[in-house]
Design a protein around this ligand. Sequence first.
Ligand code: CMP
Length: 226
Amino acid sequence: MTDDQVVRRAPLFSALDDASAASLRASMENVKLGKGTVLFSEGDEGDHLYVIVEGKLKLGTSSGDGRENLLSVLGPGEMFGELSLFDPGPRTATATAVTDVRLLSLGHDKVIPWVTQHPQVALDLLGRLSQRLRRTNEVVGDLVFSDVPGRVAKALIDLGERFGKDTPEGLYVNHDLTQEELAQLVGASRETVNKALADFAGRNWIRLDGRAVLIIDVERLGKRGR
Ligand code: CMP
């Protein structure tokens, strides 16, 4: 897929015709980040939103005593940094490159004209925000109602849907996350998450492979995460 095709999946672009998309793209700036670089921190002032062209980036928050929680891991075609535009205020999360990342950035002042001139862009953005709220509600529900293995199973399925590649052996998910980051994503300790992963591997539902996982039995893992 070309960079243009990736970017056109972002809600800011999906409603635009080719000429408008090219013109919007031309007003965006290229940003490159090395693995591990912090793009912005929770609480910063922010006036740009971003679309990922290549690589993965994590959005996280931390508690006063230094514990970290991951809200999401984003990949190509996904957008972030818009909350501080629609609800003016500080950044709600810290954005850190999980791999080397290429982004396009757009000043908030440039977004407003696109949204007002293209109602469908506004609708697409609302759709994406609604999806995120739906997902966040689910995560909150799972924290209350699901056990850790259930949350781990669901996180793996979710990562698989976004980053997985079909192979003859199963769905190969190159998530690029350490076990610590996986634990932060499901809101549990590393030990408990490791135990759940080892249990799934023992049942032959998954095979661990460094910062990737092969999901051998998507159906059983999916059921455990429901
Ligand atoms: P902003 O607050 O400008 O900077 C941090 C970004 O993280 C925020 O905009 C959103 O784009 C994104 N973000 C915040 N909360 C969530 C969430 N629960 N799920 C996914 N993305 C989020």
